[in-house]
Ligand binder design. Structure first.
Ligand SMILES: [Zn+2]
Length: 427
């Protein structure tokens, strides 16, 4: 691990920014950060000068799927400046493998850190079994789905949560999906079961996140006490009841608007724009770019992107916190891509929801770290992990600059792709 100081650089801490400052890194951690020039007690650490650049915390994608244990979700995401991915449903064998990969220092330069819910709470004839059998139709995925939970009664909730902890889960994920936006009639978990799972998680200090795509499902799982939503809904306009339910739990929302656009097919234009961005295409390659220019199109008029966007506008105005997540899945799912859809989502927060660029950057850094309880990342402050992104320009003013990535560090280790970033930049 190399110790270094980035100086003469704009610093976005995850919360606020200073136009000219420095970040000092020692032993994989942030050692010091501040405005102006680095103090003289840091004179022994090599310094590198980056005027007209911005350094910010490594970003957190709050909704990914390492489908069938595909570590592309970690390697591709890292190249977009995402140093932590939060996987939202996975089998124990893959959890074990991907966690080991993330923990191995040999992979700091190539892979983002991996956090996961492990197996989300599912029930017989509930979501997402039909998604796998009728939509994905992958034999390996169908085989894997046979190992998922089929919770029956609230009495099983405690054991379910215990098993997740034992298998390395970082938080608990619930499915609460009637299938309305898919045109499916799925069995919805009972309110009593969802409450029992959430309470069992809370007794062990674990956060809970729920999947729901329809407004009624969102309302009932919020009423069960969930801490955060993994999507916003798109089937109907937001109501006061929803706002009140969010407020009662002080819940956060991870909107996944880019993925919703792919589901309703309304996102094609902006997906294509992202896919054709040469900086994005240089990372994901031609095949993946092409895939980003198509839509899942699963809604068939049962949902509107406008409802989803408006819900975020209203929730934000009411003080509900937003975290950024892509809901991206590996090869085979059209319209979303690891990293690329995350950048797309941040763009939508600014262009469609009306956030400032700085506020959008908070949804990618300090807010998710605080909401999920990750006290070791998401902010540039002494003692936190030296997960850093260095970009040319000023993404605090213009989110479009976020893709001008020149350097990424995970735990102070420079990303393979940018290993020469410090060369000839000595101060
Ligand atoms: Zn998802």
């Amino acid at each position: 691990m190399t110790d270094f100081i980035l100086q003469d650089v704009q610093v976005f801490t995850g919360e606020t920014s200073v136009p000219v400052g420095y970040v000092a890194v020692r032993d994989g951690l942030i050692y010091a950060v501040g405005p102006g020039a680095p103090p003289s007690n840091l004179a022994h650490i090599p310094r590198y000068s980056f005027p007209n650049y911005t350094v910010l915390p490594g970003m957190i994608d709050c909704h990914v799927h390492a489908f069938l244990g595909d570590d592309g979700c970690m390697s591709t995401s890292l190249q977009f400046g995402i140093t932590t991915v939060l996987d939202m449903h996975n089998e124990p064998e893959f959890v074990k493998r991907l966690k080991a990969l993330a923990a191995d220092p040999a992979h700091y330069s190539t892979h983002a850190d991996f956090k996961t819910s492990g197996l989300a709470a599912s029930i017989e004839n509930g979501y997402p079994y039909k998604l796998i059998t009728d939509f994905v139709k992958d034999p390996e995925a169908i085989a894997a789905s046979k190992t998922w939970t089929k919770l029956k009664a609230p009495e099983e909730a405690d054991q379910y949560v215990q098993d997740r902890i034992q298998q390395g889960s970082d938080y608990i994920k619930l499915f609460h999906e009637s299938g309305k936006t898919w045109g499916w009639d799925l069995t919805l978990p009972t309110q009593a079961l969802q409450e029992a799972i959430i309470q069992a998680a809370h007794r062990r200090n674990l956060k809970t996140v729920a999947h729901a795509m329809a407004i009624d499902d969102t309302l009932s799982v919020l009423r069960a006490g969930v801490d955060g939503m993994a999507h916003t809904f798109c089937d109907e306009p937001i109501t006061d009841e929803i706002v009140a339910a969010y407020k009662r739990n002080n819940a956060w929302v991870c909107p996944t608007l880019a993925a919703t656009g792919s589901m309703t097919s309304e996102g094609l234009g902006s997906q294509t724009e992202i896919a054709r961005d040469s900086r994005v295409a240089a990372i994901i390659g031609e095949e993946e770019s092409e895939r980003l220019c198509s839509c899942m199109g699963t809604c068939h008029g049962r949902g509107k992107l406008e409802y989803a966007i408006d819900s975020v506008k209203v929730l934000r105005a009411e003080g509900i916190e937003v975290v950024c997540g892509s809901d991206s899945v590996g090869p085979g799912k059209p319209g979303v891509g690891w990293g690329a859809s995350y950048i797309h989502e941040l763009n939508m927060f600014v262009e469609d929801v009306g956030m400032t660029s700085e506020e959008a950057l908070r949804t990618a850094t300090s807010v998710p770290a605080r909401r999920f309880g990750f006290k070791d990342r998401g902010l540039l402050e002494p003692g936190r992990l030296a997960d850093l992104v260095l970009v040319k320009g000023n993404p605090v003013q213009d989110i479009g600059d976020l893709m001008n990535i020149e350097g990424i560090w995970r735990k102070g280790v420079v990303c393979e792709r940018h290993k020469d970033v410090l060369r000839s930049k000595e101060a």
